[in-house]
Design a protein around this ligand. Structure first.
Ligand code: FE2
Ligand code: FE2
Length: 195
């Protein structure tokens, strides 16, 4: 994405989030955008990409399910079939289509980050890893230990993703809640890669 295309993009997506999201989800997106921007700056990625993707990631979450489905089917990023069988996962790919269509976002990394934040893939790029983690670790996520969050303030995208997965899986299990198979796959794959 050319530099000028990023100019003002986070602000435009923030305005869209304000229009489309409940105040709580708007605050969550703000936390995600900030967390992602900081992680990007540490990793040599333009922080505006992190902010833009953070504001974008949940933009479709409060749209009617049928609209989410229609948007997800047109996603500019490949979407695994499992997404279409689990409606709560649709809003990621749907957001990617929305920002491509309505905001002219062409940056493949921003589109991937939005599309993949609900499922995740072991081979996703650094920005998508950062946004996946930011979504789970931003300060509004009360179940994340402050110590974990502090530690994450110095990590590279791969380590950050693993920490976020660890925190998410541990929390879900402690609550007796099911971990999505895709999330578990991602977790196990990354742990194996790390030895
Ligand atoms: Fe989401
Ligand atoms: Fe989110």
């Amino acid at each position: 994405m050319a530099d000028r295309d990023l100019e003002g993009l986070p602000e435009r997506l923030e305005a869209a989030a304000r229009a489309l999201l409940s105040p709580e989800r708007f605050e969550h997106s703000r936390g995600c955008a900030r967390f992602a921007a900081e992680a990007c700056a540490r990793s040599g990625i333009d922080p505006r990409k992190g902010r833009a993707a953070g504001w974008a990631h949940d933009l479709a979450k409060e749209l009617p399910r049928e609209r989410q489905m229609t948007l997800a089917r047109a996603c500019p990023v490949p979407v695994p079939d499992s997404v279409f069988r689990n409606p709560v996962l649709l809003h990621g790919p749907a957001a990617a289509t929305l920002v491509a269509r309505e905001f002219g976002v062409r940056d493949p990394e921003i589109l991937e980050a939005a599309a993949c934040h609900t499922v995740g893939r072991a081979d996703m790029g650094p920005l998508a890893k950062i946004v996946w983690a930011a979504d789970k670790l931003e300060p509004g996520r009360r179940h994340v230990d402050d110590e974990v969050r502090r530690r994450c303030g110095s990590l590279d995208p791969d380590s950050l993703l693993l920490e976020a997965l660890e925190a998410t899986v541990t929390w879900l299990r402690a609550k007796g809640r099911e971990v999505a198979p895709e999330t578990l796959d991602l977790y196990n794959t990354l742990r194996k890669e790390r030895g």
